[in-house]
Design a protein around this ligand. Structure first.
Ligand SMILES: NC(=O)c1ccc[n+]([C@@H]2O[C@H](COP(=O)([O-])OP(=O)(O)OC[C@H]3O[C@@H](n4cnc5c(N)ncnc54)[C@H](OP(=O)(O)O)[C@@H]3O)[C@@H](O)[C@H]2O)c1
Length: 283
């Protein structure tokens, strides 16, 4: 089965330091694989980010709620990679929506950055449209390059999207083989928005059941890759970008090496059949 990823790959779209990209409006390129940083804190966070950048990661996903924007900023300051080559996402939490403009400035201050690449709303809320106007303003003034939203499903999207002028370019939702939510993914993609998966490996405390699932391990064995690589590749072949979290350089390296193999239609179908509608978080 040939996918757009394979076509990109054959055009030389991937090398050691460059994961494949998803084109966003305005000529902006989003790495399809990034580092999730939820639960990474302090020195461990800084060294995880530095090792990821060294391995070739070019997307870092953080949020004010993760309480690690300062550490991410420290790592960026210590990295030799140019700021312009790194895609930084941060998110405003609903308790910041009432003073979103000030919260954006505070996030930039913690990150020690002039701009973030993507500014997201972390969750739907009664005043999310009001908060979004601060995101629009941040994009206009160059404090953010694009806006995105997180934890929005069909009902929330149908309420939110018609009310905002600047469309979000991406929706970040829980997606893994036990919670695939294909209808929502198709709905988002049909609007021309990018889907990015959080908890791609099921989330901490749940990864084992996924990584040891016999369907996944059999496919991994057939391709001589790991179970994590199979799951992440499955996402990419569904057109879903991924931000696996890891503090372990070996895991980080694996999670970036997704472009030298492809799952067959039959293997994709086998993983699709694992859907249980089993959400691992409430939002
Ligand atoms: N928007 C939202 O509401 C929302 C919610 C949750 C999460 N997120 C974002 O999504 C990111 C991903 O979620 P997550 O980090 O919580 O969960 P995850 O990526 O599904 O799983 C992370 C867990 O998998 C392990 N792991 C990673 N790579 C592995 C590999 N190759 N082999 C074996 N184990 C591996 C990690 O351990 P090691 O450290 O040992 O590798 C860690 O325990 C977060 O970091 C955050 O940025 C967003």
């Amino acid at each position: 089965m040939s996918t757009d990823l394979d076509i990109n790959l054959s055009k030389g779209g991937c090398c050691k330091t460059q994961a494949l990209w998803q084109d966003l409006p305005g000529g902006i390129r989003l790495p399809r694989v990034g580092l999730g940083t939820w639960s990474l804190r302090g020195k461990a966070c800084e060294s995880a980010v530095l090792s990821a950048l060294e391995l070739g990661y070019r997307l870092l996903d953080t949020a004010s709620f993760y309480h690690n924007e300062r550490e991410i900023g420290q790592a960026l300051a210590h990295s030799e990679i140019k700021r312009s080559e790194i895609f930084v996402t941060t998110k405003l939490y609903p308790d910041e929506y009432g003073h979103a403009a000030a919260a954006i400035d505070a996030a930039l201050d913690r990150l020690k950055l002039d701009y973030v690449d993507m500014l997201m709303l972390h969750h739907p809320a009664g005043n999310d449209v009001q908060a979004w106007s601060a995101v629009e303003q941040a994009v206009k003034s160059g404090k953010a390059r694009v806006g995105g939203i997180s934890c929005y499903y069909e009902r929330e999207l149908s309420t939110f999207l018609p009310k905002v002028r600047l469309q979000p370019v991406l929706v970040q939702n829980e997606i893994h083989p036990f919670y695939q939510d294909r209808e929502t993914v198709r709905f988002i993609q049909s609007k021309g928005l990018v889907v990015q998966s959080w908890y791609p490996l099921g989330g901490r405390g749940h990864t084992r059941r996924l990584l040891e699932h016999p369907v996944i391990t059999a496919i991994a064995g057939a391709h001589q890759v790991t179970a994590a690589q199979v799951i992440l590749r499955w996402d990419l072949q569904h057109g879903v970008c991924v931000i696996p979290g890891s503090a372990d350089p070996e895991h980080q390296a694996q999670n970036l090496q997704l472009f030298h193999f492809a799952l067959s239609e039959n293997e994709m179908d086998q993983i699709d059949a694992l859907e249980r509608r089993e959400k691992h978080d409430w939002y």
